[in-house]
Design a protein around this ligand. Structure first.
Ligand code: NDP
Ligand code: PYC
Length: 345
């Protein structure tokens, strides 16, 4: 397997940022992108870590994202709907711009929504909900993707892998966070299985012939399946409605039509909703945070683990031992830095 290298968070983020700067991204885009990728590696979320860098460069080279975009806050004063126009850039700088404003409005109104329009989106959603739990707010985040998932009972790609994340703040502890694709797994997982030459678990996908497959190539050419059958299919559809159609942005089908390929990162919008638990619980018995702790204790009391527990454990380990990359990954980062956009088709 070769040498392994342990990097600090800052070392990895700086390496990734250097690749993006070399490829022509401005600092407004490259900083948040490098940070979200380094955070994914730190938390052992490989499906949204450094393997995404190549796809980002391909998307820049194809002219499907604006590398010099400057997102703009476009909001009516005091509205509970905070809107950020990503101006054709990536979602991450737009989220960073919008989070402080939506937090102010959520505290004021009890709840507020952050609408991101016109962005390219390749990232995990937990960083977006954690940005709000850090401010003592609960949050939901969701976005479409591009058509790769057959609706339950169908056989053709229509829905996206449409991620859905939730966060609840906890005093002195890591927040309660879940973040999942509404397909059986993220598409990134299928790509990582393909690269590793590994078969997929059963039930993840059907091939182009509509029959179940465990072959990553056939799954990529066919359709992924929603998690939980009709239930995941309905949640994926809700995300198309709320975070696509309702916010005046692209559905997964429209995003694929725009790109013409799944080899690039998809362009669409994102919806984040922030809640003030104190405001909702006001006048009712009990402190919502204390009551939530009883619920978490009862879950753990049965021996069940909380979502994100694996991720927070990986984060703690990376903080002590460094983020571990293998030789091949280090060489790939160096190649992308040196060759820039020439490294990709
Ligand atoms: P997983 O199925 O790996 O995990 C989903 C969630 O379930 C995580 O919060 C995970 O916590 C938790 N979990 C897993 N196993 C258990 C368990 N046994 N008990 C309790 N909780 C558990 O994720 P997916 O493959 O569905 O998604 C991976 C990432 O892909 C997400 O971050 C998502 O945002 C991203 N994604 C992004 C898309 C985009 O368009 N931008 C599209 C689709 C996905 P833990 O991490 O601790 O294991
Ligand atoms: O892993 O499904 C996925 C995905 C799609 C877009 C970004 N990530």
């Amino acid at each position: 397997m070769g040498e392994k290298m342990n990097l600090t968070f800052d070392e990895l983020r700086d390496r990734v940022e250097a690749i993006f700067r070399n490829a022509g991204l401005n600092a407004i885009q490259s900083g948040p992108l490098a940070s979200v990728i380094a955070r994914a590696e730190r938390d052992a979320c490989k499906s949204h870590g450094i393997y995404r860098v190549e796809g980002i460069l391909r998307t820049v080279k194809a002219g499907k994202v604006k590398p010099d975009a400057v997102p703009e806050l476009a909001t009516q004063p005091d509205s509970a709907i905070v809107r950020v126009d990503a101006k054709g850039g990536f979602s991450n700088p737009a989220v960073e711009l919008g989070v402080p404003a939506v937090a102010v409005q959520a505290r004021k109104h009890g709840l507020a929504a952050l609408v991101i329009n016109d962005c390219t989106h390749f990232a995990a959603l937990w960083p977006d909900v954690e940005a709000l739990t850090e401010q003592g707010l609960a949050a939901l985040a969701m976005c479409p993707s591009y058509s790769t998932v057959a609706p339950s009972g169908g056989k053709l790609p229509l829905l996206g892998t449409n991620p859905f994340a939730f966060g609840w703040p906890r005093e002195g502890k890591e927040p309660y966070v879940f973040d999942f694709a509404t397909s059986m797994a993220a598409r990134g997982e299928i790509e990582l299985h393909r690269r590793a030459g590994k078969a997929l678990p059963e039930g993840w996908a059907i091939g182009p012939d509509g029959e179940p497959t465990i072959e990553p190539e056939a799954a990529l050419a066919g359709a992924m399946l929603p998690f939980g059958g009709h239930k995941g299919s309905a949640i994926g559809t809700m995300i198309e409605l709320l975070a696509g159609i309702m916010i005046g942005d692209l559905t997964s089908r429209e995003a694929l039509d725009y790109l013409g390929t799944t080899a690039l990162a998809p362009a669409h919008g994102e919806l984040i909703v922030a809640f003030s638990p104190q405001a909702f619980a006001a006048g009712r018995p009990g402190d919502p945070f204390a009551r939530a702790e009883l619920l978490f204790e009862a879950i753990a009391g049965q021996g069940a683990r909380l979502p994100s527990q694996r991720r927070f454990a990986a984060r703690a380990m990376s903080e002590t031992d460094g983020i571990v990359l293998n030789e091949q990954e280090m060489q790939q980062l160096e190649r992308l830095r040196t060759l820039g956009l020439d490294a990709v088709d």
